[in-house]
Design a binder for this molecule. Sequence first.
Ligand code: C5P
Length: 299
Amino acid sequence: MTTISVRAPAKINLHLGVGPVREDGFHPLATVYQAIGMYDDVSVSEAADWSLAVRAHERIDVAEVPTDASNVALRAGRLLAAHHDLDRAASIVIEKAIPVAGGLAGGSADAAATLLALDRLWDLQTSDDDLLALAAELGSDVPFALVGGTAVGTGRGEVVSRVADRGRWWWVVVESDIGLSTPAVYREYDRMAVAADPAVPEALLAALADGDRRALAASVSNDLAAPALALRPDLAQVLAAGAAAGALTGLISGSGPTCLFLCEDQAHAAAVRMTLAEEHERVFAAAAPVAGAHVVEYA
Ligand code: C5P
């Protein structure tokens, strides 16, 4: 029996500009995504009925991942089959290393990986445009998980275009024990913010094109940081600890609660990680940018 495994990365937002809520309940975004070296692997094989199993590193609370039809990987499989008018099913196994409800788009990575894995398993040769359109139906961050690298996201985040990124960036990632609900953070944003039309700062795009760490550190920002901090005031201490540990800058990832710290290079990231690991349990160093969803095994 053939099994295909696809690896898909976590994302961070180097800039997350959020506009006033739209009529459909989503917010217009002007964001800069970057794929970082933290991955979920999704394996698919032919089966008579759909099934889903989630295996995870012990640090990850799989209990929070739904395994019923609401799981976005299962929805991805069914959507791809329907798109091709196929009455086929598959067994899906997710190996999770991206934290759940962490602001790192782990569920989106699983959905993107499932689309690609089933496309290859069933030899459907879905066009890139169609894969991106299906991804957008599944969630705002799913197209970026296919594309990877560094990209601007507009619309509700689903319209993705790659941007020049000459840097080799090192991030220290501090995970939280408890996740944050993305809709709850957006609701808090609506309550507290005076939203303007979002735009991506030119200085950030220039810093990426130049691979300039200091300039990048000076130009990252996140409109969801204030509402995430309102819901989780403890994150302020994590950000302060990262600054004290010598990071170039600190940032909340997406809707949080994961915190990110930009470092000079791999050695600096290792040092910042060691310092933060004295107080925090789940601290990792990750390189960026990395590739989007890609096949890693064909067995
Ligand atoms: O698109 P996705 O399923 O990832 O979105 C999850 C939730 O996050 C939405 O239901 C919505 O509450 C919020 N969201 C938003 N504006 C966006 C993206 C997500 O309000 N651009």
